[in-house]
Design a protein around this ligand. Sequence first.
Ligand code: FES
Length: 345
Amino acid sequence: MDRLGVTTRLATGATALGDGPPPADARTELREIIARYPDPRSALLPMLHHVQSREGYVTPEGIETCAAELGLTTVEVAAVVTFYSMYKRRPVGDYHVGVCTNTLCAVMGGDEIFTVLQEHLGVGNDETTADGRVTLEHIECNAACDYAPVLMVNWEFFDNQTPQSARELVDRLRAGEDVHSTRGPRVCTWREAARVLAGFPDGGASEGPQAGPATLEGLRLAQEHGWTAPKPGERAEPADPARGADGTAPKPGERAEPADPARGADAQPDAPGQPEAQVASSDDETAAPAGRPHSGSDEPVSTAQSDPAATTAEPGEAGTSTPPREPELTGGGRHAATSADEEQP
Ligand code: FES
């Protein structure tokens, strides 16, 4: 038998729907999911969440049922199940506790938290406590690095954790207490969460804030400085069109000098949305477009950094850059962030 129990079951004559048909209401809901999409196979991901909501994990029977409903092979469905880490192939406890041990969380304490929880719960990675309450797993980045180190319980965030807070959290979960994410929402069970992911809302989607202060810090800075993203189709021109955008960057070990050494390097960096700054090299007068300003004495220094006057000259004038546009982010909070993001080309 393969790891999913599929191959042997089919080879030995088991029906395509497993040992027994799923309950009628389960089958009805699977077809309800399929009906949401113009192409039935697009429904596979929520269908697999639905299977997890019924069975606790993606069972071989669940794979066979999804395959039969969608006209796919079990191998095709199994390939999807094994690709995505949110699908589990063995039973999960009531609370799946995912500890982020990706780079930022790891260095901020995620590795220590994971070690402490393993010892505290007496389980290894991807194992469940004897009481069936908690499954512990180390997980990859959850795009919540601004609150590192983070845990997730059934995909709800627990920000800025410590070994002590993590221990207390799992103790409360095992004791059956009502637990809320640090962002507000109540933590439901693994199966309840899977049902929501299958597209059957529990009414809690709007609980808690959508973005906290740390997440919005970049937006706050953009508003403060009047930084905006280029509009679709807008293209930043090189500061010196005569030199074009295909100049060569300084070679490793080359030291770029400020275009006007008398002004020093204490000017402010250019803002996003402005044209790329030019780089001057001490032994090569050919300037090249630079990326983001660098720091450190061995790094290239842009003329925009070294020569504030460059930002006030006329566009197209040699050694100059286009003045920044007027600030456009006037709102605050999530909608302003979304608006800024949507302006990306
Ligand atoms: S590294 Fe943990 S959320 Fe990004």
